[in-house]
Unconditional design. Sequence first.
Length: 154
Amino acid sequence: MKTSLDSNKITLDAPEGFAPITEEELAKMGVNTKSEGMYLRNTDIHMMVSVIWKKVPLLLSWVPLMQVTNNTARQIQSKNPGVKNVNFIEKQVGGEKAYGFRYDYIAQDIPHKAEYVLIKRNKKFYSFLCNIREENFDTCYSIFDEMLRSVKFN
């Protein structure tokens, strides 16, 4: 499924089995939907992918992307004391360098893993977040990598 985002400024290919998550479902999950974004999930493999975009605030326009990513990791850890094992990574998103991190957490008594990847493009931040059950780690991270490689900026 090819998905156009941010007024067709970016496209992302989602494999078969992924479907959009409704506002109602996101509210039940406690997901903050104040930012512009798109949320997909595959219930068969317990995987959720979100893409959020927002204009780069003037104060952050000169801050290196790696530092913004580090600050985001600290914010997530401070708001969620159960976040553990944060590991920083570099990735390619649509052929461009991006920074991110992986971490572990518990949700509904089930071990989960997440990967957050950030890229700055055309005065906007695009953040990609993948949440999965730990048991599906290998399969889901390879699917997420494939999705990141499929990104195209228009």
